[in-house]
Ligand binder design. Structure first.
Ligand code: C5P
Length: 222
């Protein structure tokens, strides 16, 4: 732990827009950015590639502890292969939610995530940033939006990438993933008691970013 280096922890359910907001906040402050979901997606991809079933917790924890990953110039390299785009697939998102329920996987990824805490500061995006990984973060946000709005946002994103998806299926997948993330025993998705709640159902990403920056500036003035 490096308590003197500030962390802004942003947690919330899938497709709530927290990635967009977290990146914009990091850019505005010149802070580092951790997309912790990408680590779970990488473990899922490694499991799919090696044929390890989701039920084999020991094999999944082993994959997580041996993950050969490099974050370089905005690219994500796994075993010397560029997987920046492939980990964004719905299959990796679904797999991430399965491997994320395995305590051994979470333990194996803990130090890797904490190593992102470097000067001048870090914006960390995930499900347990404020509750577990950076429990001492001076600013915690729980960012959410109604499930229909989230499904529509994900639909628009996929369409822009030329990926076919239907709204009812996306809605069902999001609901299933939220339920799994919120009900698991290991680090379930829930707001930290000291988190600011931010509902972006009727709010643009720019307005949400501004709100987080206002909270952060308010903290520094105290
Ligand atoms: O944020 P993203 O959609 O990329 O995360 C994919 C999945 O990884 C989530 O549904 C969740 O199950 C898992 N995850 C997690 N803890 C985190 C970040 C992501 O369990 N800190």
């Amino acid at each position: 732990m490096k308590p003197s280096i500030p962390v802004i922890a942003i947690d919330g359910p899938s497709a709530s827009g927290k990635g967009t907001v977290a990146q914009a906040v990091a850019k505005a402050l010149g802070f580092h950015f951790l997309d912790s979901g990408s680590l779970y997606r990488l473990v899922a991809l490694a499991a799919l590639n090696s044929g390890s079933p989701w039920s084999d917790e020991k094999a999944l924890a082993e994959l997580a502890s041996k993950l050969d990953v490099k974050f370089r110039d905005g690219l994500i390299i796994l075993n010397n292969q560029d997987v920046t785009e492939s980990i964004r697939s719905e299959a990796c998102g679904e797999g991430a939610s399965r491997v994320g329920a395995v305590p051994g996987v979470r333990d194996a990824l803990l130090q890797r995530q904490r190593a992102f805490r470097q000067p001048p500061g870090l914006v960390a995006d995930g499900r347990d940033m404020g509750t577990v990984v950076f429990a001492d973060a001076p600013l915690k946000i729980y960012l959410t939006a109604g499930v229909e709005t989230r499904a529509e946002r994900r639909h628009k994103q996929l369409k822009q990438k030329g990926i076919a998806a239907t709204l009812p299926l996306l809605l069902r997948d999001l609901q299933e993933r939220d339920l799994r993330d919120m009900s698991r025993a290991a680090a379930p998705l829930k707001p930290s008691p000291d988190a600011h709640l931010l509902d972006t159902t009727a709010m643009s990403a720019e307005a949400a970013t501004e709100q987080v920056l206002t909270w952060y500036r308010g903290l520094r003035e105290k």
